[in-house]
Write a protein that binds this ligand. Structure first.
Ligand code: ADP
Ligand code: 5SP
Length: 492
């Protein structure tokens, strides 16, 4: 039995699953926590990866291949010695909102969408790179490579890394990435499948080149990771990290976490996935690239050779944790409260912009409850309004994905908060589609395992996914109507 390991290095934790490459059966798993915050030392991801691999025996002497999917967009700046130059700015760090506005003013949103599939917002790597140019100019000449979180981990697992620490040293040319994650940088063109090096130079004020290529822009240019195909090997895990006996473990290219989830679910055209993790995302697999000039839908690539139009919000599972904390209940207690309130929560609405917001683009917004009266201010209504508010933003996202030409037949609900019984019920009332809840599982890590098996065997596995619940649509228009009224009342 050949086993493969999939990793999800996500915002809040690192998760490892070990899977039978033939059947897709789960064999074992491990996890380790990541630190809080939107600015994080990448060393903590590396340490969490090693700890999660130990916990799940992810590099045991029965494992033949491994791939790492991870949170998207984080900016990892490396010096020539392979050390990080500053803490990584994550996808949910909003300090580059001004840089996003500057880029739009400089180049025009239509041109940027045409060249990259993305209208700049603070989440994307491109705006973080521009922010560094303006806010930390002393760093600029020291930048030797710019990578994404999963690129760094794959590189380090191959034995590359800081001078004096990693067995093979800081060979920046060996940085690799994959098509899905690079499509979230804002300096890669999904239509041509190539970096837009001219745009990168406009962002940072330094020339760049793709690693591994010897032409173009000279040896002093900033290295951008070489982009591998979906089934292309990234090399092997360095023997110092594998079980004694030095088993050869093949590495896949990895993926952005949402593209990883699409692989893990076996999502096909007609499926729409709603993920309720730290971020809320709505995405679909499509044959053609999407370029949405309104900027609502990001025109990402997927990890299987197709495309992944996606809308992301900054406020999802942690909305529920925050309100549960205020109410003094755990996840189950929160679900019980929400289930005891009627659809519409007695008119109470939560606009859930705790962390600012990316879609709609409101980086400085804050959360607010609306329509509280003495009668409606119950714990039950507050709990339900929190779920409704979180999901209404994603229902707007679903409308935007539809407007690009996607016709969804069913909706798959995944991510930590999808396990909540009240969330499952309210989802069937907010979205006007049947809602399928896949069996609890780490679908991003599982997608990375799909990729590992693909690289190992040469063919993409088609493991089945069980759904534990298929809820028919129980659409209650009042929920979105009152949410829209609350949004319209905001003034900025
Ligand atoms: N039953 C539940 N109800 C509500 N939220 C939950 C539940 N179980 C887990 N969560 C939340 O899900 C989040 C973790 O989900 P996950 O998809 O792993 O996120 P990420 O991939 O962003 O790290 C945490 O914020 C956690 O509090
Ligand atoms: O920014 C996006 C997608 O564009 C986020 O989806 C991040 O990729 C983080 O994901 P989670 O850690 O919430 O899964």
């Amino acid at each position: 039995m050949a086993l493969v390991t999939g990793v999800d290095s996500s915002t809040q934790s690192c998760k490892v699953v070990v899977v039978d490459s033939l059947t897709g059966a789960d064999i074992r798993s491990g996890r380790a926590l990541h630190p809080e915050g939107t600015e994080v030392d990448p060393e903590s991801w590396w340490q969490a990866l090693l700890a999660a691999l130990v916990a799940g025996n992810g590099l045991g002497n029965d494992v033949d291949a491994l791939s790492i999917a991870g949170q998207q967009h984080g900016m990892v700046l490396l010096g020539r010695d392979g050390r990080v130059l500053r803490d990584a700015l994550l996808w949910n760090d909003t300090r580059s909102a001004g840089a996003a506005r500057d880029l739009i003013a400089e180049l025009g949103v239509d041109e940027l969408v045409a060249r990259t599939g993305l209208a700049p917002v603070a989440s994307f790597t491109s705006t973080k790179v521009r922010w560094v140019r303006d806010a930390e100019p002393d760093l600029v000449p020291r930048i030797a490579a710019v990578a994404l979180p999963h690129d760094l981990l794959t590189w380090r697992l191959r034995g590359f890394g800081p001078e004096g620490e990693a067995p093979l040293g800081p060979v920046l040319e060996e940085l690799v990435t994959d098509r899905s994650d690079v499509s979230g940088t804002g300096y890669w063109n999904p239509a041509t499948g190539a970096y837009d090096l001219e745009l990168f130079e406009q962002l940072l004020g330094r020339p760049a080149r793709e690693g591994g290529s010897h032409g173009g822009n000279g040896p002093d240019a900033v290295v951008l990771p070489r982009v591998l195909g979906a089934d292309e090997s990234a090399g092997v895990v360095h023997p110092s990290y594998t079980a004694s006996g030095g088993r050869r473990v093949v590495l896949g290219a990895g993926a952005g976490d949402n593209a990883g989830a699409a692989l893990g679910l076996g999502a096909v055209e007609g499926d729409v996935v709603v993920s309720l993790g730290t971020s809320g995302t709505v995405f679909a697999v499509t044959a053609d690239a999407v370029a949405d000039a309104s900027g609502t839908v990001a025109g990402f690539a997927d990890a299987g050779g197709l495309f992944l139009p996606l809308v992301a919000t900054l406020n999802a599972a942690r909305v529920l944790s925050s309100v549960s904390g205020i109410l003094g209940v755990d996840h189950d207690g929160f679900a019980a409260l929400a289930l005891a309130a009627a659809p519409g929560a007695g008119g109470v609405v939560l606009l859930p912009y705790f962390e600012g917001e990316r879609t709609p683009n409101l980086p400085t917004a804050k959360a607010s409850f609306h329509n509280l009266s003495i009668a409606s201010s119950t714990r039950e209504n507050i709990a339900r309004a929190s779920i409704e508010g979180m999901l209404c933003g994603l229902a707007d996202a679903l409308d935007a994905v539809r407007a690009t030409g996607v016709t969804p037949r069913r909706l798959l609900l995944i991510g930590g908060a999808a396990q909540n019984a009240a969330v499952q019920q309210v989802a069937a009332q907010v979205f006007d589609l049947p809602v399928s809840i896949p069996a609890p599982g780490e679908y991003v890590a599982r997608g990375a395992a799909v990729q590992a098996a693909w690289v190992l065997t040469g063919s993409r596995p088609s493991w089945t996914v069980d759904t534990v619940e298929d809820r028919p649509s129980d659409h209650r228009p009042v929920i979105r109507e009152q949410y829209r009224t609350a949004v319209a009342s905001l003034t900025f």
